[in-house]
Design a protein around this ligand. Structure first.
Ligand code: 3EB
Length: 304
């Protein structure tokens, strides 16, 4: 029985919170709040849209802050949250922040990173060199993975979305023991093999991460076939293709702790109608930019 779980809602009263992420109306750096490592991401437009994501285990969690990183760990799993200040170029700061997170996880004894989330400000805007910020971010992250001090292992599953505040914030989940596996999607080129037209360094993430004897953590999944965006400008078709891409990894009806990221506020209700019949578990809808200008929707979750 795997003991890692994710729920949406108030963390008060949760016995063993490993990490608390508020997808909310203002950013706040990593900190310990009510004993748990916490990170606030600025993605919601108004308080009604805000969602609190709580990762829990069934064991006591030790938490702290070191090197500006908030962390929690329970003997099997670790969580850490990091933020990178605004910069004209993100790659150096992102590389440094990822390497600090890897070093901390290594020191704490949790070197096997299996899941990450990234919220990137100005994600579709050019940086000071004219490089799209998402590509700038990907460069720093890829360099960090290439220089990681951690033992070799599969790439983590990932989510990459925009944020309404400059800077980058990310959080990671890691294990003490090896054994998780990276899962790719037969309908999509692995992101780490995207051609250079999508940026100087490809996105370093796997399509899903399987914990031994435990759940499949499915990455942010969008309407991408091969390496190309399918159905630019067609919301219904992007939702359908996203569900088909998810179905190649897990039954979308079985997904829990689902987050749906919607680019345009006006698409929020249509997306609820288009996906709500299939995604029947706990689903949070958030409105924020996505990593390609032509993507309208992205979906992640855990099965089962
Ligand atoms: C894609 O499939 C869509 O950069 O960590 C999805 C999940 C996406 C994770 C990331 C990006 C990331 O390329 C975007």
């Amino acid at each position: 029985m795997d003991t890692l779980s994710c729920r949406f809602g108030d963390p008060a009263g949760v016995a063993h919170p490993l990490g608390v992420i508020r997808w909310t109306t203002a950013a706040a750096g990593p900190a310990i709040r009510h004993g748990a490592p916490a990170l606030d991401l600025h993605v919601a437009r108004d308080p009604g849209e805000a969602v609190t994501e709580v990762w829990t285990t069934n064991r006591p969690v030790t938490s702290g802050v070191r090197d500006d990183i908030a962390y929690g760990h329970d003997g099997r799993y670790a969580f850490c949250a990091v933020s990178v200040p605004p910069a004209a170029r993100y790659a150096p700061g992102v590389q440094d922040a990822y390497l600090r997170a890897f070093a901390l996880l290594g020191d704490l004894g949790y070197p096997y990173v299996f899941r990450m989330w990234n919220a990137v400000g100005r994600i579709n805007e050019p940086n000071a060199d004219g490089l799209e910020t998402y590509r700038d971010f990907c460069r720093g992250r890829a360099d960090a993975f290439a220089r990681s001090p951690l033992p070799p292992g599969p790439l983590p599953a990932g989510t990459g979305v925009g944020a309404r505040t400059d800077g980058v914030a990310f959080y990671l989940l890691a294990r003490r023991e090896p054994g998780h596996t990276a899962v790719e999607n037969r309908r999509q080129v692995p992101a780490y093999r995207y051609p250079v037209r999508y940026g100087p360094r490809p996105p370093a993430f796997a399509r899903a991460s399987r914990l031994p004897g435990g759940p499949l953590l499915v990455s942010g999944t969008a309407s991408i076939l091969g390496h190309e965006t399918a159905h630019a400008g067609d919301l219904a078709a992007q939702c359908r293709t996203t569900l088909e891409n998810l179905a190649a990894l897990a039954d979308p009806r079985s997904l829990r702790a689902v987050k749906v990221y919607v680019r345009h506020p006006a698409h929020r209700d249509p997306v609820r109608r288009l996906l709500g019949g299939t995604l029947t578990g706990d689903v949070a809808y958030l409105t924020t930019d996505l990593c390609r200008r032509d993507l309208l929707v992205e979906v992640e979750g855990m099965a089962p």
